[in-house]
Ligand binder design. Structure first.
Ligand code: C5P
Length: 252
């Protein structure tokens, strides 16, 4: 396909704060999205749907097309198993991967150590290791009623973010509603990734703790993750450009 104009340096850096979730079932569908977004979106998320269907080939396809991959497999297991999974994931060339903070401090430490050792061994840059605090699909009522957690999402997320930082993680995944509190608790330089982003007026679907792109950036998100509002749009490129505009970045 024809490439669009090259982004300017400043716009390229800022527009890279958008990560588009490739929640599709085949490498072909993922590659079609990546090429339709070429020149507008650089960062893509490969999660459970695509990874279970296509495996590491999905990551390779995005990287070959010039994209960067956030491997969103949310590891949550005993430290030894998570460390082994992180070693394998690091070899796939993702720039960021994640674990569940609720796996505990030792599990997160094992993940960070494994990412460091594996990247040194294979001569790649170490992927950022970020910890999922609370899924953005969980609302306060479910937290209390179903999971028996009396604390508010804000309190839980802030506590887990502090734990993730103490364990050596580079940042967390949290909803934009908690981003400012995480920034205050963990300081500058701690990466905050916010899914559950919905452009004003878009359907929330299964997400609960949502925010608009502008709200997420204002709250301190380093990256926003957007799936269906882009992937299910009639014109994904136009949808991505609209989101980048709403982030306050000049689209390329
Ligand atoms: O389609 P939508 O924009 O809701 O997609 C959000 C993406 O972010 C999904 O791929 C989902 O797995 C992921 N995610 C999330 N909440 C988290 C972590 C990841 O929604 N806490």
């Amino acid at each position: 396909m024809k490439r669009g104009p090259e982004p300017t340096a400043a716009a390229a850096v800022d527009a890279r704060r958008l990560i588009v979730a490739l929640d599709v079932a085949t490498v072909e569908a993922a590659s079609a999205l990546v090429s339709s977004l070429k020149g507008t979106v650089t960062n893509f998320k490969v999660g459970w749907e695509l990874f279970c269907a296509a495996g590491p080939a999905a990551v390779a396809a995005v990287v070959e097309a010039g994209g960067r991959v956030f491997l969103d497999l949310k590891f949550h297991d005993i430290p030894n198993t998570v460390a082994a999974a992180v070693v394998a994931a690091t070899g796939h060339g993702a720039f960021m991967l994640n674990v569940h903070a609720s796996g505990g401090r030792r599990m997160m430490e094992a993940a960070v150590d494994a990412a460091r050792a594996a990247s040194e061994a294979c001569g790649r840059a170490r992927p950022l290791v970020v910890a999922v605090t609370l899924l953005t699909s969980l609302g306060e009522d479910e937290l209390r009623r179903d999971l028996g957690v009396a604390d508010s999402p804000l309190a839980v997320v802030t506590r887990l973010a502090r734990l993730a930082q103490a364990a050596g993680c580079d940042g967390v995944v949290a909803s934009a509603r908690e981003a400012a509190a995480v920034r205050a608790a963990c300081g500058a330089g701690f990466t905050i990734v916010c899914p559950g982003i919905r452009p004003a007026g878009a359907a929330t679907a299964d997400q609960r703790r949502t925010a608009t792109p502008a709200e997420a950036i204002a709250a301190g998100a380093d990256y926003i993750v957007v799936g269906r509002p882009v992937t299910q749009a009639p014109d994904p490129r136009a949808a991505a450009r609209g989101i980048i505009e709403q982030m306050g970045v000049r689209p390329t």
